[in-house]
Ligand binder design. Sequence first.
Ligand SMILES: Cc1cc2nc3c(=O)[nH]c(=O)nc-3n(C[C@H](O)[C@H](O)[C@H](O)COP(=O)(O)OP(=O)(O)OC[C@H]3O[C@@H](n4cnc5c(N)ncnc54)[C@H](O)[C@@H]3O)c2cc1C
Length: 411
Amino acid sequence: MSDVIVVGGGPAGSTVAALVAESGRGVQIFERTQFPRFAIGESLMPDTYWTFKRLGMLDKLKQSAFPRKHSVQFFGQSGRSSAPFYFSDNNPHESSVTWQVQRDEFDAMMLQNAAEKGAQVHRGARVLEVLFDGDKATGVRAKLADGATREFAARVVVDATGQSALIGRKLKLTTPEPQLKKGSIYTHFAGGQRDEGIDEGATLILHTENRDSWFWYIPLPDDKVSVGVVGDMSYLLQGRKEDPQQIFAEELAKCAPIQERLRSAEQLMPVRTTKDFSYRASRIAGEGWVLVGDAFCFLDPMYSSGVYLALKSGEMAADAIAAAFDKDDFSAAQLGGFGPELIRGMEAVRRMVYAFYSQDFSFGKFLKKYPECTQGVIDVLSGNLFSEHVEPIFGPMGQMCQMPNDTALTG
Ligand SMILES: Cc1cc2nc3c(=O)[nH]c(=O)nc-3n(C[C@H](O)[C@H](O)[C@H](O)COP(=O)(O)OP(=O)(O)OC[C@H]3O[C@@H](n4cnc5c(N)ncnc54)[C@H](O)[C@@H]3O)c2cc1C
């Protein structure tokens, strides 16, 4: 029997596995693909720095070719931009500069790091189901790379399967965010224009002219840039007869600053689509199991919070698991004790997501009226979600647009 099985070798799974291995427990990761594999989610938040530090990843990232991200900049529907939000304005420390990562390479680095810390990695190994004895998770049944199907027992099963949400879907825990039924179409280009100096690696977030959708523009290594459009599913994907490439081109035609930047760029791969990605599980843990990263919750691509929350929840779950072994207590309360704190941080991002999608809101207007909220906004954009400056911004924000009700875990 293993101490811990981690299902999924993305950023959340690699984080929890590396830290559990480091705490001296035996850990096996099952990853269904043969890395490297394509993944979307390339722009990091600066506060990932602290998890990378703990993981021993900082030197590897510093030596990488991933562009440095100092800021994020928003463009309104008229094409006018806000001033860039520089993370170092709040905190002039090296943790205020982060990376734009090509995910095939980044995820492979993270998984390799977990292996170096002692995790046993099964690549090409799909977990078919998590095994339960009553409410208690006891292991997994997996189809291995050689085609054999085997059962593996463990004291703790960590679900890090991303949007597959293996346990959440099996136990019917996942609930969609009713007002965030979004879809996305995205691809990579070579030769997109970049700004200069410290703005070269900036993430740009741009509304289209009718505000029905928005684009991300994320510089990557080798002169590549990731470009994607996000909009209501009913607008972007369901209500139109054209194929996704055509829809992408039509939305691009409604966003002058992106067109300008892509004027002499070459599209590198067919567009990909994804939809209905915003949901949360009603529980984060049970007897012998715990959810991390997207397997627990994904909000929205808007503020690039996905990888940060994957790393943060992976770190919190690893600490809860280490303490569970020390106390010989594998209950939901022990394994999921970090849930309320994680959710407090997620709610801050969620409220800013709702503000962004509100017709009445723009960061320019908001900060002109409430300049005292600048630090709190930059804290959220940095991933510094637990800072004292964050909570006070939501009173004023609620004056400009409707804030969502907070949601809590049920168990
Ligand atoms: C359109 C879009 C744009 C985004 N942009 C950003 C961004 O700019 N910045 C950002 O931080 N985040 C972004 N995200 C979110 C980000 O991609 C995710 O939050 C992040 O990848 C979550 O990491 P994870 O480890 O939880 O899951 P994943 O990265 O999805 O990893 C899950 C892993 O589990 C494996 N797996 C699944 N099922 C099984 C199984 N049964 N057996 C074995 N293995 C399995 C998968 O192969 C995969 O490798 C974006 C998301 C979307 C939808």
